[in-house]
Design a protein. Structure first.
Length: 161
């Protein structure tokens, strides 16, 4: 049985009541967006990075094999979640949701860039202040994105189509 046939057979037997919308988002013009979900994911990634930083600090100076193994795992976790945050900004917001036609385009772009830079600093460090700065950058971007800091010329919130 080919992989495709096996996947198709398994799919046919899945109960539809257990199906959920996939977390991944394609780069085709499907028109399906979950902006709030992306912000929540970035905040969860940030909390995970902060936890990883704290655990790495606890393990600093230990030399037993298990501690070294766990420290590497925490570093990898921190890297993965920082990369995920950068991916959400680059592949979801910057390529699909932030448009030059938006009246606050520069502000959106600037605050999105601040999130990417803060995530990079989390990769480079174990200082939890960087995780706090990333959280603040995500919240600032959300406020701009949601139109809380600047309404468009008509005095309305932003069009998120």
């Amino acid at each position: 049985m080919t992989r495709f046939a096996l996947a198709a057979a398994v799919f046919c037997f899945l109960p539809f009541s257990d199906m959920r919308i996939a977390d991944a988002h394609c780069e085709v013009p499907c028109g399906i967006y979950a902006d709030q979900q992306r912000f929540e994911q970035m905040l969860e990634d940030t909390a995970t990075m902060k936890k990883a930083m704290e655990e790495i600090e606890k393990l600093a100076g230990t030399t037993d094999a298990q501690s070294l193994n766990q420290a590497v795992r925490w570093v990898n976790t921190k890297e993965t979640h920082a990369t995920n945050t950068q991916h959400i900004i680059a592949q979801y917001f910057m390529t699909q949701r932030i448009k030059t036609s938006q009246s606050d385009y520069v502000q959106r772009l600037t605050t999105a860039h601040a999130v990417m830079t803060a995530a990079m600093k989390c990769k480079q460090s174990v200082d939890t202040k960087n995780a706090d700065a990333l959280k603040a950058a995500i919240i600032a971007f959300h406020k701009v994105y949601a139109g809380e800091q600047k309404a468009d010329a008509k005095g309305h919130g932003h069009d998120h189509k």
